[in-house]
Write a protein that binds this ligand. Structure first.
Ligand code: FES
Length: 176
């Protein structure tokens, strides 16, 4: 009887120590899963929007993905105004409008090419097409190019942060 209760006590004590050890290693594991502060900072890309030229596609990078930036010409904006679906996709900073999209086809992820003479994107993999705002114009892509989370900060665009303009786009199903 005495032995049993001693064994019981030893068992509980061992269990408690093992439990504390398990919690300790879980905390350590969680710490190793959390991104380092430097990695968190690397999740943001800040673009100075004043450097882009009209109808010249520039490919930036955010979280390893290509980001298309296309400053719109006056004619593009006029066309977009006639088609609210296009206009809603554009980001307005100051007096300028920009298409800022993840440069991966929404069909199977190829990188579409831009033709500045007819202001369209063609995905060579299966012939999908997009217009100057990133809206899909020819299947098989199921939707327009996705827009990365962004926040407007003066003349800068912070990719990876979620500002009110991006939230509105999501709420209106302009982007996923
Ligand atoms: S991956 Fe672009 S059309 Fe298929």
């Amino acid at each position: 009887m005495k032995n049993n209760s001693r064994r019981g006590f030893m068992g509980k004590a061992f269990g408690a120590v093992a439990g504390i050890g398990a919690i300790g290693s879980l905390v350590a594991m969680k710490k190793s899963w959390d991104p380092l502060p430097s990695v968190k900072a690397a999740g943001f890309t800040t673009l100075d929007m004043s450097i882009y030229e009209e109808n010249v596609l520039v490919t930036e990078k955010w979280r390893g993905k290509p980001i298309f930036v296309l400053k719109q010409t006056a004619e593009m904006i006029k066309n977009a105004e006639a088609n609210p679906k296009d206009l809603e996709r554009l980001i307005k900073i100051g007096d300028a409008h920009y298409m800022v999209c993840i440069g991966l086809c929404t069909h199977l992820g190829c990188i579409p090419g831009y033709n500045s003479s007819d202001e369209t994107f063609l995905c060579a993999c299966h012939g999908g097409m997009y217009d100057f705002s990133g809206e899909v114009t020819k299947a098989p892509p199921p939707r327009g190019l996705d827009i990365p989370p962004f926040k407007i900060d003066g003349n800068m665009l912070v990719l990876g942060e979620q500002g009110p303009e991006y939230t509105a786009m999501k709420e209106n199903s302009i982007t996923l």
